[in-house]
Design a protein around this ligand. Structure first.
Ligand SMILES: [Fe+2]
Length: 374
């Protein structure tokens, strides 16, 4: 492994000063009563001692450390993750401890912890956020034939310091009961026809920022601004949960929206007649905006070998389970998604943009602000 030895001296100064949010970049919270250890809910402490570090130290002395070591994961992508980690432990003998938070919070935490971080692996629900972590010097470049052979070039960083594990398409959704001709491009969402009938996720969310970054990459900043302004002109209802957005379309609060497809997979599992459909956008051009779940070995990982073992396993033996549990698309093109997801149909994905989303994230934030997007 080719370790990046960047050290973050700031870390100890801010150690213990940060609090992880309960809700991550995904919409979901996680539970903790399984074989793997969710250290998000570690006992709160009132002094300056970091609760995560304290818990990690205690556990490191337990029997689990003898079997194959322990890997500590900070993850912004946490829906259904516990059984996946349990399977990894069953396959390899390596224990997993994890904590959840949203992607930017976890990045800030890693920067603050610096050389003292207990985290071996960071996982995000957004490509831009893992690239911003790479820019901050908190990821290690790794030399892994398994990863470079399994994960397509567009879905890993140029320096091999992060790797996508799954793809997540962000598409146009519409009511199957009230909408006959939904828009087929992101620009079409701004057609005045959808005035007062549009739901969108707020500008602060990484999903929104990466979508707008993809517009900038494809169409340039000026045109991207026009498109976002046209969305705003439709007086959208802003909802900060994709699940709630789907339900708002089903319930008639809006007719169309932009959302990730895997939430529909979950909703169809509960109700096969859920009255919302997917429109694959930009199929005559670049393809639908695709974001990723990604993973990286941290630059200051206490257990870099275990970290790489986990990521390699998630990319290979564990990838089907990892992607199926959240109805995402595998990063490995040889694998098929879950049966429900296959039912969404074939589509062209804008894979070319994935690596560039991080570099365009600041511009996307600027476009959103300039357009008055809330
Ligand atoms: Fe999500």
């Amino acid at each position: 492994m080719n370790q990046n030895h960047t050290r973050q001296l700031l870390g100890s100064l801010l150690f213990g000063a940060l609090v992880l949010g309960a809700c991550g970049s995904d919409d979901d919270t996680s539970s903790s009563d399984t074989g793997v250890t969710d250290i998000t809910s570690a006992p709160d402490t009132t002094d300056a001692t970091d609760p995560i570090a304290t818990t990690a130290t205690t556990e490191a002395g337990s029997d689990s450390a003898d079997a194959g070591g322990t890997v500590t994961v900070y993850t912004g992508r946490h829906y259904g993750i516990e059984p996946v980690f349990e399977q990894f432990t069953a396959d390899t003998g390596i224990e997993v401890r994890f904590t959840t938070g949203n992607d930017p919070e976890l990045r800030e935490r890693l920067i603050a912890e610096g050389v003292n971080t207990p985290a071996d692996v960071v996982m995000t629900a957004d490509a831009a956020n893992i690239e911003l972590s790479a820019d901050a010097g908190i990821l290690a470049s790794v030399d892994s034939d398994i990863l470079t052979e399994t994960i397509p070039e567009e879905l890993r960083s140029e320096n091999n310091d992060w790797f996508s594990l799954s793809q997540r398409a962000r598409v146009i959704i519409s009511s199957t009961e009230r909408v006959e001709n939904p828009p087929t491009t992101y620009a079409g969402v701004g057609d005045p026809e959808w005035q007062g009938k549009l739901c969108l996720r707020p500008s602060t969310h990484p999903y929104t920022q990466s979508l707008v970054a993809s517009l900038i990459i494809a169409e340039g900043e000026a045109r991207a601004t026009e498109i976002v302004q046209s969305w705003v002109a439709n007086d959208p209802l802003y909802i900060n949960s994709d699940t709630d957005i789907y339900n708002a379309v089903a319930d008639g609060e809006c007719d169309i929206a932009i959302a990730n497809t895997y939430y529909l997979g979950r909703l169809l599992t509960e109700n096969p007649d859920f009255p919302v459909g997917i429109v694959w956008p930009e199929q005559d051009g670049r393809g639908a905006h695709v974001n990723v779940s990604a993973a990286a070995v941290t630059a200051n990982a206490p257990n870099p070998e275990g970290a790489l073992a986990l990521i390699e396993w998630l990319a290979t033996d564990g990838q089907q389970q990892f992607t199926d549990v959240n109805f995402e698309y595998p990063a490995d093109p040889k694998l098929q998604p879950n049966e429900i997801v296959v039912g969404f149909g074939e589509f062209t994905a804008d894979l070319a943009a994935v690596r560039q989303l991080g570099a365009n994230q600041p511009a996307a934030v600027g476009v959103l602000s300039a357009a008055g997007y809330e």
